[in-house]
Design a protein. Structure first.
Length: 333
């Protein structure tokens, strides 16, 4: 069975809803939209639908920070405390930008994934409408005890990436969402990528659903506007453009890219390694963005050695994983 037929069959069997795209050496080999972007109004997905990428946003946060490092506004050795002042007193004085990027800060996490029973639970500790700007996240980042010494070990940390967004804002005096747009999306040619409010989505954006069937959305489950750890909406075409621009040095320099996709930590629990904002394969040069939230599942992978890029975007909580597994099995070298 050829790849298109295999993806079609898996999409039909699993109720996949979203967009799948595969590119190799600049040629699009597969690009197909499935299911409904808005179930209540029976609006189908198209190849141009904007879908949430959840924690895939972290890679763009990391690139924003590294672009600021290149410009001298931050350094990997900049301490969080130097910009926090009296805010977040439980963040240790020696935690640096470099620690936060590598998930080696040791700070407590406002959204500890190891303690989550189900991704569709109501996880936000405050009403979601109170989380619309990065500064507003201070209320949920505060009060979490240090769990390890800075640099001691890798622990995936959502709050650390919101803190990076806050440091980016305070070092520049510019809104974080604007920084991502100017420093990453514009040079990458990602014209359809942005932080959208979940309670006023435009007509070309997909509504996120908790389950394969039904009309229950994720609007009460996620911050109304994401920040450094999630919340960007993007398209399959934009993500394809992202990888080409990243490795061509159009976002940050090739030397910085190499540092970001170099393994900084082993992550045996996930059978992978981690760089600075990027997931890395255990043995190959494959690098990817990944996100999972209530109403969102997403992977976009690039393998430089084979010039292969593939992206799976879905607007329900577990929708992307069967297609992701199929593409990993069919396309891995």
């Amino acid at each position: 069975m050829d790849l298109q037929a295999s993806v079609d069959e898996a999409a039909s069997r699993t109720g996949f809803s979203g967009v799948v795209r595969v590119d190799r050496a600049g040629t699009t080999e597969l690009a197909t939209a499935y299911g409904l972007a808005d179930r209540a109004h029976r609006i189908p997905h198209t190849l141009d639908t904007q879908l949430g990428i959840a924690s895939g946003t972290k890679s763009l946060t990391a690139l924003t920070v590294m672009a600021l490092v290149e410009r001298g506004a931050l350094a990997l050795g900049t301490t969080a405390r130097s910009l926090l002042g009296d805010d977040l007193p439980l963040v240790a004085d020696d935690v640096t930008v470099g620690h936060l990027l590598a998930h080696r800060s040791g700070i407590g996490d406002y959204l500890d994934e190891d303690a989550i029973d189900s991704i569709t639970d109501y996880l936000m500790p405050v009403p979601v409408h109170r989380l619309a700007t990065t500064e507003q996240y201070l209320s949920v980042l505060d009060g979490h005890d240090t769990v390890s010494r800075a640099g001691e070990r890798f622990t995936y940390n959502n709050g650390g990436y919101v803190l990076l967004a806050l440091l980016a804002e305070r070092s520049t005096g510019t809104d974080f969402h604007r920084l991502v747009g100017e420093l990453v999306c514009e040079p990458a040619g990602m014209g359809d990528s942005a932080f959208l409010r979940s309670d006023e989505l435009p007509g070309h954006a997909a509504v996120g659903y908790l389950h394969r069937d039904g009309l229950r959305t994720n609007v009460l489950h996620l911050p109304v506007v994401g920040s450094g750890d999630g919340g960007l909406y993007s398209t399959a075409a934009d993500l394809s453009a992202f990888w080409g621009s990243l490795f061509a040095g159009r976002i940050v320099s090739p030397d910085v890219v190499a540092e970001m996709v170099r393994p900084h930590s082993d992550w045996p629990e996930a059978s992978e390694r981690y760089g600075l904002g990027f997931h890395l394969h255990e043995t190959s040069d494959a690098v990817w963005l990944e996100g999972a939230d209530a109403g969102v599942s997403f992977v976009s992978l690039h393998q430089p050695s084979s010039s292969l890029t593939w992206t799976v975007l879905s607007n329900w909580s577990a929708g992307a994983w069967p297609i992701t597994s199929l593409l990993r099995a069919r396309l891995s070298n």
